[in-house]
Design a protein around this ligand. Structure first.
Ligand SMILES: Nc1nc2c(ncn2[C@@H]2O[C@H](COP(=O)(O)OP(=O)(O)OP(=O)(O)O)[C@@H](O)[C@H]2O)c(=O)[nH]1
Ligand SMILES: [Mg+2]
Length: 284
């Protein structure tokens, strides 16, 4: 499967994030709970350079909860504080804030020992496109007490949001690029909506998705599209046509409108109508 991807300006973005990180005590690395590995930026460890980090598994409402629990253990075993999050509803944000404050407590204690008292924890959200960074910021603003002014050293115009009593959040999140070299990763990013629909071959992505659904989730596929198990074909093109016919996606002359069927399947998958999915599996 080929995904056309021209990242561009990566070095510039990296430099900007590095500059901003100088002002930060704790990094919130936002991952998609459906694809915790594929939605991770491979350079984050290098970028973050030993700074305390909280891993937040966002869109947990769309992920398989048993797998999410496995992923939480996985990241905790790696030594990271980990939170389960649903930025759309706001579920988990309070726990996340608690974890961020806890991760910074050592730094704050050091500052206090030096005579700098009452300094709030400064955090920043990092994540690939569409992972929910802005949604999380909006959720946190919901509990914000005030918007504080510019701080020296920050790019002009950048603001800090005061969240609760002890936490300040940089209002612009760091947008990282996903990994696109591996075609399986690229498929997962495309199907979950992390990359724009016009830069990948949707037909291939949907056929790949149908293959996975037929092999592993045939019951869900049958239920959603009113199919009987014997109608599930290994020929995914045939299956696509069948779903199209069931859905009434027909053009004049009774020809199935494949484009329309693909859209329906993709939307159903992304919105959770085909059930909850976790496509990355921890290998421990
Ligand atoms: N179901 C669900 N949807 C979410 C969640 N968080 C974000 N979304 C949705 O995901 C989409 C992307 O969210 P954004 O907050 O715009 O993501 P972003 O990381 O700021 O994206 P960019 O600014 O493009 O990098 C939106 O449609 C959100 O409503 C979540 O926890 N659950
Ligand atoms: Mg955003």
């Amino acid at each position: 499967m080929h995904i056309h991807w021209f990242p561009g300006h990566m070095t510039k973005a990296q430099r900007m994030i590095r500059e901003q990180l100088k002002l930060i005590d704790v990094v919130i690395e936002l991952l998609d709970a459906r694809i915790p590995l594929s939605s991770a930026n491979p350079m984050i460890a290098e970028l973050v350079e030993g700074k305390p980090k909280v891993v937040a598994l966002n869109k947990a409402d769309l992920a398989d909860s048993a797998r999410t629990a496995e992923w939480v253990s996985y990241f905790r075993n790696m030594g990271f504080a980990t939170a389960i999050l649903d930025s759309a509803s706001g579920k988990g944000t309070k726990e996340l804030v608690n974890k961020v404050e806890k991760e910074a407590s050592e730094k704050i204690a050091k500052l206090t020992a030096k005579g700098i008292k009452g300094r709030a924890v400064r955090a920043m959200i990092l994540g690939i496109p569409n992972v929910g960074k802005s949604s999380l910021i909006n959720r946190l603003i919901g509990t914000a007490t005030a918007k504080t002014g510019d701080k020296p050293g920050v790019t002009r115009g950048q603001q800090w949001l005061t969240v609760g009593k002890n936490l300040e959040l940089l209002d612009t999140p760091g947008v990282l690029w996903p990994r696109m070299d591996d075609q399986e990763v690229a498929f997962k990013l495309a199907v979950t909506g992390a990359i724009k629909d016009d830069i990948y071959d949707m037909e291939k992505v949907i056929l790949n998705l149908l293959e996975i659904l037929t092999a592993q989730y045939s019951d869900r596929l049958c239920e959603r599209y009113k199919l009987t198990p014997d109608q599930l074909s290994e020929d995914t093109m045939e299956l696509l046509s069948l779903i199209g016919a069931k859905r009434g996606c027909l053009r004049s002359g009774g020809i199935v409108d494949c484009e329309k069927v693909r859209r329906i399947i993709l939307t159903d998958f992304r919105s959770g109508k085909l059930g909850k999915f976790t496509l990355d599996i921890p290998n421990n």
